[in-house]
Design a protein around this ligand. Structure first.
Ligand code: CA
Length: 698
C-alpha cells in the first residue's frame, strides 16, 4: 500500500502540511505512531492558530463520499469543512474497543478540498483492512471513528472495513426477483424483530436470533405446526417489516456477546452497515452483509418483500457519534441555549433540513434499496424530519423502484426547533408524496389510547367510537359520510389516497393486543377478549388502506404484560410457537381474514375516488355498530356487492340493512365462533356479539 501524493495544482498550506505528514506516515508505516504524537500535535496546534472558522459551510454534491474501492486502490472522502485536519488510520485488527487498541497500523493525513471534503487515496488492495478517521479542530483531536458512509465494520462498529461488495453477493443474487406488487393497498405488513422469530427453542430454527433464521424453511414446532418464515407464508402476509437491522450501539447489544442482552435497536451507530449481532460472525464485516442479502433473497424467493425500519431522526450517541466526531454540531438541531434539542426523546435529533444531512439520508436509503434490494422503509419518528426531505427521499427511491413502499410515524416524541409547518407529521399527510402514515386514530379508536391502559375502544366496549372506525374504514381520506368532528384525534381527512394510511391496532411499541385487552377488560373472560382481538384486526384487514400486523398477533401473542419491552429478555419478547397449538382457531381466523382481503380487491381500492363511489355507510344503526356496503366495485372482484358489519357490543344486534338474500362469508372454523349459517335475509341480520360479519352477493 502506498500513499498517492496530493494534487499540487491546488497546493496550499494545508496540502503542504498534509503532504509532510503523509511522508511521515508512509515512512513510519507499521511503527508505533504514538512515538510521533508530540511532533504531530505541535504541527496541529500551529496550524489551528492560523485557521479561521466560517459559519456557512460549502456543500458537497458528489456521490462518492466514503470509500471508493477497487483492487488497485482505495479512495476515502469525508466532508468536514470545519476540521483543520483529518487523518485516516488503517488498522489490521477488527476489534472495536477503541480505547484498548488505539494504535493504528498506519496513519495517512488527508488532503482538504475546497468543498470541505478531505480525501486520500491509498494504492494496493486494502480489502479486509479496517479504518477510522480522526479530525483535529480548534486545537483538539477528536476520537477516531468510521465515517457516516461506512458500508462495513468490524465487531461493535467502531472501525469501518474495506470490503469488495461484489464478493458479498450470495448465489443467485443477480437474478433476485422481488415478488410482484400492483398497488400499495395490496400490501399486508408483518412487523417483526429478527430475534423474536427464532429465539424460542420451539421454533426449531437452527440459526436462532440471526438473519439466517429468516432463511430457514420447513421448520416446525414440536406439535408439527409451521414456524418461522413458513408460518408467515401460511398466514399470507406480503411484506416483512424488520425492526432495526442497521448497526446499532454496543450499549444495547455487545456484538461479542450477542445473546447476553436483548434490544430493539433504536440507537443507530452505522447507518449503512447491517447489525453484527444478527450475523454468524460479527468480527468479519463481510459476513453480515452476505447473510443479510441471503435473507432478502430467501424472503423474495418465498413471495415476501422486505421492509427496513430506519431511524435517521437521532443517533444512539450524541457528542460521541460518528457524525459529531467528524463534523461537530452540524448534523443535529440545537436549542437556543446551545444544548442539543431532543424531539426523539433519546438525547438528540438530527437536522434533515441541513443540506448534507438530507443528502446523507437520501444516499443511505438509496444504498439499501440498490445494494440490498430492500422493498420498503418504515421511518421512525418521521415528524422530526422536514416534509421537503421526505419528498425528495420518496422521489429518489421511486426512481429506483416505483413499488418501494415508504411509511412513517407521523409524530415526534418531544418538541422540536423545526417549525411545525415543516414537519412530516400526520396532519401534513396530504403534502407527503407517496408516503404513508400510521393511523393512531384507528389504533386507539379500536382499543383505547396507548397512554391510558385502562381505556377501552370500539372492540372492548367504549361507546361513541363509530366515527373513528369509519375514518379508519376509508383510510383517513375524504368521504362524505364521515363526521370528522367526531373522530377521536383528527378533525379532518389527512390522506389524499388510501395508500397513505397504515391501518393497525398494535405494533412492537406498547402492549400486545392480547395483553392490552387483559388490562382494559379484566372482568371479561379470555374467550370474550379473543373475540375483541379478532374484531380489532378484522376491522384493520377489511378497511381500505394498508394493513399492518404485529408479529404473533395471530397467535394471541403476549409479552406477559410488559409494555415497553425494548430491553427485556428474549423470554418476554420471543414468539412462543406453542401458542400456535393453544390458539389454533384464532390463528385460522386470522389466516382466513388475510385470505379474504387478498381474494377481494374491493377491500383494497387504490384511489379515494373509488372509495367515495363504491363504499356507502349504513346510517341510523345501533350504538357500537358500524356497517357499510361496497357496491359494483368489479376490478377483478368476484363479489358484486359486499356488506361489512362490525358489532362492538357485548350482545347480538338485529339489523335491517338491505333487500334480498345475502351469503355470509365465515372467517373461522366455528367463526364467531359458535354456530354456522350460510345465508341471511338482508332485512333480518342477526349479528352476534363482538364480531365482524361479511355478507356478499355474486
Ligand atoms: Ca451493533
Amino acid at each position: 500500500m502506498k500513499k498517492i501524493n496530493p494534487n499540487f495544482n491546488t497546493l496550499n498550506k494545508d496540502n503542504l502540511l498534509n503532504y509532510f505528514l503523509g511522508k511521515l506516515s508512509f515512512r513510519f508505516f507499521k511503527l508505533n505512531i504514538s512515538h510521533y504524537l508530540p511532533l504531530l500535535l505541535t504541527l496541529f496546534l500551529f496550524h489551528s492558530c492560523t485557521s479561521t472558522m466560517t459559519d456557512t459551510f460549502p456543500n458537497y454534491t458528489g456521490n462518492d463520499l466514503g470509500l471508493t474501492y477497487s483492487p488497485e486502490q482505495s479512495t476515502f472522502k469525508v466532508w468536514s469543512p470545519t476540521a483543520d485536519f483529518m487523518t485516516l488510520h488503517i488498522h489490521n485488527a477488527n476489534d472495536g474497543d477503541i480505547d484498548e487498541n488505539l494504535i493504528p497500523e498506519s496513519t495517512h493525513p488527508m488532503e482538504k478540498d475546497e468543498n470541505g471534503v478531505f480525501v486520500v487515496t491509498l494504492e494496493g488492495d486494502l480489502e479486509g483492512q479496517f479504518y477510522t478517521f480522526q479530525i483535529q479542530k480548534d486545537g483538539k483531536m477528536l476520537a477516531p471513528v468510521p465515517d457516516p458512509y461506512a458500508i462495513a465494520t468490524g465487531v461493535n462498529g467502531h472501525r469501518a472495513m474495506v470490503v469488495d461488495l461484489k464478493k458479498t453477493n450470495p448465489i443467485g443474487w443477480e437474478n433476485d426477483q422481488k415478488p410482484p406488487l400492483k398497488n400499495p393497498t395490496d400490501i399486508i405488513i408483518y412487523e417483526l424483530h429478527v430475534r423474536d422469530l427464532s429465539s424460542h427453542p420451539n421454533s426449531n430454527i437452527q440459526n436462532s436470533g440471526l438473519f439466517l433464521g429468516l432463511t430457514e424453511t420447513g421448520t416446525k414446532s414440536a406439535d408439527g405446526h409451521a414456524t418461522g418464515i413458513d408460518h408467515i407464508k401460511e398466514l399470507g402476509a406480503t411484506h416483512i417489516h424488520l425492526l432495526p437491522v442497521y448497526d446499532f450501539s454496543p450499549n444495547s447489544i455487545d456484538e461479542k456477546n450477542p445473546t447476553e442482552r436483548f434490544n430493539w435497536g433504536y440507537d443507530p451507530q452505522n447507518y449503512n452497515v447491517p447489525e453484527g449481532a444478527y450475523s454468524s460472525n460479527p468480527y468479519d464485516g463481510r459476513v453480515r452483509i452476505k447473510e443479510f442479502k441471503q435473507m432478502v433473497k430467501t424472503l423474495h424467493d418465498n413471495d415476501l418483500r422486505v421492509i427496513m425500519d430506519v431511524v435517521y431522526n437521532h443517533t444512539g450517541e450524541t457528542e460521541k457519534s460518528n457524525f459529531n466526531q467528524l463534523m461537530p454540531d452540524y448534523y443535529y438541531r440545537k436549542n437556543e441555549d446551545g444544548s442539543f434539542s431532543n424531539a426523539s426523546g433519546c438525547g438528540n435529533e438530527t437536522a434533515s433540513e441541513q443540506f448534507m444531512v438530507r443528502k446523507f439520508m437520501v444516499e443511505s436509503l438509496t444504498y439499501w434499496a440498490k445494494e440490498y434490494h430492500i422493498d420498503g422503509f418504515r421511518v421512525d419518528l418521521m415528524g422530526i424530519h422536514d416534509i421537503e426531505t421526505m419528498n425528495i427521499i420518496s422521489e429518489e427511491l421511486h426512481k429506483i423502484d416505483p413499488t418501494i413502499f415508504i411509511y412513517g410515524e407521523g409524530w415526534t416524541a418531544g418538541d422540536s426547533p423545526l417549525p411545525l409547518e415543516k414537519r412530516a407529521v400526520k396532519a401534513h399527510g396530504k403534502q407527503l408524496k407517496n408516503i404513508a402514515v400510521f393511523s393512531d386514530d384507528l389504533r386507539d379508536g379500536l382499543k383505547g389510547s396507548v397512554f391510558n391502559h385502562e381505556e377501552k375502544g370500539f372492540v372492548s366496549g367504549k361507546k361513541g367510537m363509530e366515527e373513528s372506525i369509519k375514518f379508519g374504514v376509508v383510510a383517513s381520506t375524504d368521504h362524505p359520510q364521515v363526521d370528522y368532528k367526531a373522530v377521536n384525534y383528527s378533525d379532518t381527512s389527512w390522506s389524499s389516497s388510501p395508500s397513505q394510511t397504515i391501518s393497525y391496532v398494535s405494533c412492537h411499541d406498547n402492549h400486545t393486543l392480547f395483553d392490552r385487552l387483559q388490562i382494559s377488560n379484566k372482568k371479561d373472560d379470555e374467550t370474550t377478549r379473543l373475540k375483541m382481538h379478532r374484531l380489532a384486526n378484522s376491522i384493520v384487514l377489511t378497511s381500505q388502506g394498508v394493513p399492518f400486523l404485529h408479529a404473533g398477533t395471530e397467535l394471541a401473542r403476549t409479552k406477559q404484560g410488559v409494555e415497553n419491552s425494548y430491553q427485556h429478555p428474549d423470554s418476554i419478547n420471543q414468539i412462543d410457537w406453542s401458542r400456535k397449538t393453544d390458539y389454533y382457531d384464532h390463528f385460522k381466523y386470522y389466516q382466513k381474514l388475510v385470505d379474504l382481503r387478498k381474494a377481494h380487491p374491493a377491500f383494497r381500492m387504490p384511489t379515494t375516488k373509488m372509495i367515495q363511489k363504491h363504499l356507502r355507510f349504513f346510517e341510523n344503526l345501533p350504538e357500537g355498530v358500524v356497517a357499510y356496503q361496497i357496491s359494483d366495485y368489479a376490478n377483478g372482484d368476484t363479489w358484486k356487492n359486499i356488506i361489512v358489519i362490525y358489532n362492538g357490543n357485548p350482545e347480538t344486534v338485529n339489523l335491517n340493512l338491505a333487500n334480498g338474500k345475502w351469503q355470509i362469508q365465515w372467517l373461522g372454523e366455528k367463526s364467531n365462533m359458535t354456530k354456522r349459517i350460510s345465508s341471511t335475509d338482508g332485512h333480518n341480520i342477526k349479528v352476534e356479539e363482538i364480531s365482524c360479519y361479511i355478507l356478499f352477493q355474486n
